[in-house]
Design a protein around this ligand. Structure first.
Ligand code: C2E
Ligand code: CA
Ligand code: CA
Length: 548
């Protein structure tokens, strides 16, 4: 019944074919970009008839041109009140790309309804291009020169040939909804979407994803760098009467919040497209003072920087495609377990690896980090390896440790108590055994000067030293050197003894006070020592006298 020409022309005359409008949304901002126009037949008896039922007939029976004209006229008129920024995308059947009068038809309707053609996108499927490439190119070029834009529709379902993609001056690439629908749970479809998005980007095309039904899909598309989304999440196709409501209803703005995208968000660079991010990352890679490599799941070098290449002693290109075991066999057994763990999803930081001495070089030490790299669904796709050469740092560390040890030996041997404190907090960093003995304390190291100041010190005149008067405090706070002074010191065990204290600040290279030193002498012990020496001298004298 539907096929009868009289029935069709009656329907066309009666305005039974109407455009429905489905929102096209900028994924990043949630802003409306325009609408795709989808034909419906409002049949008086059968109700709303979907396009699959009548488009094939219109193509076969030759009234597709009339239908398109009708749909264009109505949608252009309905769009007259829409903001200039909103585009309309209209579907063109493959058979119409064999009709050289199509551009003229479009131009006439646009002129009649005063619709600017720069707001019109024509959606063409790949099969339309394939059927007759020469005609398609002529028509496509005509449409472009009129100011229209061209979209390649349903990409991924047909041949998905790159030849067809570049045969016409396309502006947009529409990814078929069959991939989008299952991309969140089917890895292969996700990879196809990712590949199509980056293909579109590399060719400078706007990418549009059809059939976006869930926030999860929108989020993943956004993370992959897709520009425009269309689907039930943003709205179903609705008649012209609903256009006003559609442009005033806020659309869901997708925020990236799952694991993989969040990492990118935290870098604060969501506005960059993936290939821009890649270029940026490559620059960081090449300029880093650290050796960097990216290994795939088979531990092959996918990328590395010059620094790492130099460390391994091969060129960057000699690494590409080779495994870590092939490139650095002498080290591989050391880091294999970490690579295994990283492949299981664990991030490992700062593991020390030693490279044995070679003919040309001594033993070298490296600090290595291994981080799993994840794709948009959180699967580990490879390992990011970072490595710093710490050989020099370690040598310097060792020299410092040795000089510290020597200093400690001197410290421990001298018969004067020495305490070192750090500025500005007054933490006691070192105390020799003599200092500990004099103050009757097991060990001062690590204590704060304030604690130490609690053990009372009294002058010969009986006045007690205030907390800010302690030689160490004066040295740290004011940079003062205090001359030796005899003081009565109360030890922590309650006993008291006369000691002689002096203090001095320690200055850093820039003159700032970086610490203080306190010297303490046990006067009684010194007296005893003097007494003992005097006694020995007296004995000696006596002996000498007896001999004389
Ligand atoms: P299409 O160009 O691929 O249009 C997108 C189809 O996906 C539309 O079906 C739309 O309603 C549907 N869709 C949109 N969002 C979602 C979603 O989130 N989930 C699902 N499952 N589907 C979604 P519709 O309107 O039935 O149109 C079917 C096809 O008919 C269109 O596919 C297009 O090829 C053709 N068509 C529609 N109007 C015209 C027209 O005026 N001229 C021509 N030549 N073809 C038309
Ligand atoms: Ca379409
Ligand atoms: Ca489509």
């Amino acid at each position: 019944m539907l096929t009868a020409p009289t029935e069709v022309y009656r329907a066309l005359g009666q305005g039974e074919f109407v455009p429905y409008f489905q929102p096209l949304v900028v994924l990043q901002t949630g802003q409306l970009a325009g609408f795709e126009v989808l034909a419906r037949w409002k049949h008086p008896e059968l109700g709303i008839i979907p396009p699959e039922k009548f488009i094939p007939l219109a193509e076969k029976d030759g009234w597709i041109g009339d239908l398109t004209q009708e749909i264009l006229r109505q949608s252009f008129s309905s769009a007259s009140f829409l903001p200039d920024s909103l585009e309309l995308a209209v579907n063109i059947s493959p058979v119409q790309l064999r009709d050289l009068s199509l551009p003229r038809l479009i131009q006439d309707v646009a002129a009649e309804t005063r619709f600017p053609l720069k707001r019109l996108v024509l959606e063409i499927t790949e099969s339309a291009v394939m059927d007759n490439l020469e005609y398609a190119q002529t028509i496509g070029n005509d449409l472009k020169s009129m100011g229209c834009r061209l979209a390649l529709d349903d990409f991924g379902t047909g041949y998905s040939s790159l030849l067809h993609l570049q045969s016409l001056p396309f502006d947009e690439l529409k990814i078929d909804r069959s991939f989008v629908g299952s991309m969140t749970d089917r890895r292969d479809n996700r990879k196809i979407v990712a590949a199509v998005v980056s293909l579109g980007q590399s060719l400078g095309l706007t990418t549009v994803a059809e059939g976006v039904e869930t926030e999860e899909q929108a989020e993943m598309l956004l993370w992959l760098g897709c520009d425009i989304g269309q689907g039930w999440l943003y709205g179903r196709p609705l008649p012209a009467e609903d256009l006003a409501a559609m442009i005033s209803t806020p659309l869901p703005r997708i925020r990236v919040h799952s694991t993989a995208p969040a990492k990118i968000a935290s870098v604060g660079n969501l506005s960059a497209l993936p290939f821009q991010r890649l270029a940026q990352l490559q620059a960081v890679y090449d300029g880093a003072p650290v050796g960097l490599a990216f290994l795939d799941r088979n531990l092959r070098h996918v990328n590395l920087n010059q620094r790492l290449a130099d460390l391994n002693g091969f060129s960057v290109s000699e690494h590409i495609g080779k495994t870590a075991a092939e490139m650095v066999p002498e080290l591989f057994n050391q880091f294999e377990p970490f690579l295994e763990r990283a492949l299981m999803g664990e991030a490992i930081f700062n593991v020390e690896v030693k490279k044995p001495a070679s003919e040309t070089d001594g033993e070298r030490a490296f600090l290595m980090s291994y981080q799993p790299a994840r794709d948009e669904a959180d699967e580990v796709v490879g390992i990011s390896v970072a490595l710093v050469d710490i050989t020099e740092i370690k040598a310097a560390d060792e020299a410092l440790r040795q000089s510290k040890e020597k200093l400690q030996a001197v410290f421990d041997a001298i018969p004067i108590g020495i305490i070192l404190a750090e500025a500005p907090d007054g933490r006691l960093s070192m105390a020799n055994p003599e200092a500990n003995r004099i103050f009757g304390h097991p060990d001062f190291s690590g204590m704060q000067i304030s604690t130490y100041a609690d053990s009372g010190l009294t002058r010969k005149d009986g006045t007690v030293l205030g907390p800010a008067e302690y030689p160490l405090a004066r040295a740290l706070l004011h940079g003062e050197t205090t001359p030796p002074e005899d003081l009565l010191c109360e030890s922590l065990d309650g006993s008291s003894a006369w000691v002689c204290l002096s203090g001095a600040p320690v200055h850093g290279p820039d003159g700032a006070i970086i610490g203080g030193v306190l010297a303490v002498q046990d006067i009684d012990a010194a007296k005893c020592e003097r007494q003992r020496l005097l006694g020995m001298a007296a004995d000696l004298m006596k002996e000498l006298e007896t001999h004389v």
